[in-house]
Design a protein. Sequence first.
Length: 202
Amino acid sequence: MSALNAEVVINHFDDYHTHGQLQILRYKYVDGSHTPTIVKHLADLVRELAHLHAHNYVFGDMRLANCVFVSTQLEDAQPSATANVTTEVAMPSKMGYLIDFDYAGVIQSTRKYPVGFNVNLPDAKRHRKAKERLPICAEHDWFSLASIFDFFQPSDAAAWQVATDHVRNGAHQAALSLLDAMADNELTMIADPFTHSSDGTG
């Protein structure tokens, strides 16, 4: 599967808005999984999402199917251009990545959830205001990411719950201070996200 990186996507969003030129991006194939196994996997998603929001972009479709996790940190590669509109993108040294930026867009713009937007997911919960034809908001991203945390638990359940609550509230720095302290802790799956029956919203 091909993994995207928030920083790279931002650069190309900005280039498109500035110059109006379509960019076709080619990403390194990543042999990964949609299931996190250590705390660092999900901590990296917090960093990815915080980076997007800091640059005024929302993700819009936070769910495990749109995340990829690798067992070892990938080494940086030098990006190279092939033709005028195709860029091969370097992969950063992370273990958790967002993929599928179809719904991503500028915060507080006219970007809205599309008609037919699925709110009944097995692998995440949607925010109660994340519905078709309504604006995509940053708080929706955080809510859904926190719902992914709810499927898993490390040995320190109390700290994990506090970190999860911070994620749900968009307090990413507070969350990361806890998550980084237990980054290598293994995660136990307490509910299967790919067979779990979600009520869709919260």
